[in-house]
Design a binder for this molecule. Structure first.
Ligand SMILES: *Cc1c(COP(=O)(O)O)cnc(C)c1O
Length: 347
């Protein structure tokens, strides 16, 4: 069989195919995505946090994206992309490289829309994550020792077998889909003043900028670990150079390479971007666990850590903090509980 697709030149250091449209989605695209998302997923609760409202002397609401199937917001993008798949890809299906929430999102969407899904993971991938993807009906293929090996294999398979390669950020449909969370925020709290969003590949923050930022005129602020600042540097310095430092325990915000499309949206629309320490992220995780009894991923706590840096600005304001996901590694959870007990914080 001839090769169906070859990668094309990419403005960033990632691989893209001819079907990857790098023009950012619009707010109208998010409304279009909402018709699909509403068909497949429940709307998520926006719940006032008494502990954080008291701490900040503000009205703080948690957008509980962790309550979605698979436990993370990414699934909004997955169902949007797969629902809009071109006919030529419906038989071969979609392929992605991921050890985490992106893989589960693509697997769930494939099952929901009857499209085969393949996820490539490194050989030593966490068995519980592999099981989760298999349970969703995905074919899991193992390749290499790290994420980049798995990603290269997925790209090669996409070229050879004609799968639709689902990029983790250069996908307007993913951004439009995850943006539906921001529409829900605007409808429930049109008075929102601030929204703090973790940034990994930037799709979620871009989605909030196009909705909560554009429609409610809220100040949207991104947060990333200072131990993995690739997207922060792209946003602040205006280039797409990879960053060798990527040491954060918060997998959801660990990216080595900045992405062209999301960087463009964030440079145009994101109001501020904060780097926070891994210690501050872990502090946030422990507080969410002890005070709210919420199991969140490190990525979600990055937003809380950024709120703490801007504390003085938030008094009296209405603030939304998305809890982006709940798939925290067992060791991280155990460490948080042990440290909380040592501090006698009520866990
Ligand atoms: C992917 C992810 C993020 C980061 O989102 P991006 O859209 O990649 O910036 C944050 N939190 C969780 C739980 C995630 O899975």
């Amino acid at each position: 069989m001839g090769r169906a697709y070859e990668p094309v030149d990419s403005p960033d250091e990632t691989t893209v195919f001819p079907y990857h449209d790098l023009s950012p989605p619009t707010t109208a695209d998010v409304y279009a995505a909402r018709r699909i998302v509403d068909r497949h997923l429940p709307r998520t609760p926006l719940v006032r946090s008494e502990s954080l409202s008291a701490e900040f002397d503000a009205d703080v609401y948690l957008k509980r994206e962790d309550t979605l199937p698979t436990g993370a917001f990414k699934i909004r993008g997955g169902v949007t992309l797969v629902a809009g798949l071109a006919d030529e890809f419906r038989d071969p299906g979609v392929i992605a490289a991921s050890t985490g929430n992106h893989g589960q999102s693509v697997a769930y969407a494939g099952r929901a829309l009857d499209v085969p899904a393949t996820v490539v993971v490194p050989e030593d991938a966490n068995p519980s994550k592999v099981t989760a993807m298999e349970r969703l009906g995905a074919t899991v293929r193992f390749h290499g020792t790290d994420f980049d090996d798995a990603r290269e294999r997925a790209e090669a398979l996409a070229a050879e077998e004609g799968y639709r390669y689902v990029h983790s950020a250069n996908e307007p449909a993913l951004v439009a889909g995850v943006g539906t969370a921001g529409l829900e925020v605007v409808e429930e709290r049109p008075d929102v003043d601030y929204l703090f969003c973790p940034v990994g590949g930037g799709s979620s923050a871009a989605g909030y900028c196009l909705t909560t930022g554009a429609l409610a005129d809220a100040t949207v602020i991104g947060a990333q670990s200072e131990a993995a600042p690739a997207m922060y540097r792209a946003w602040s310095e205006g280039h797409l150079d990879p960053c060798d430092r990527m040491e954060t325990f918060a997998e959801g915000v660990a990216t080595r390479v900045p992405f062209a499309m999301t960087t463009r949206v964030l440079r145009e629309r994101l109001d501020d971007f904060r780097l926070v320490s891994d210690a501050a992220i872990e502090r946030g995780l422990r507080d969410l666990l002890a005070d709210e009894r919420i199991v969140a991923e490190g990525a979600s706590a990055a937003g809380l850590a950024a709120m703490r840096e801007l504390r003085g600005d938030l008094r009296g304001e209405t603030v939304v903090l998305p809890i982006s996901g709940r798939n925290v590694a067992s060791e991280t959870l155990r460490r948080c509980i042990e440290r909380s007990r040592a501090e006698k914080t009520g866990l």
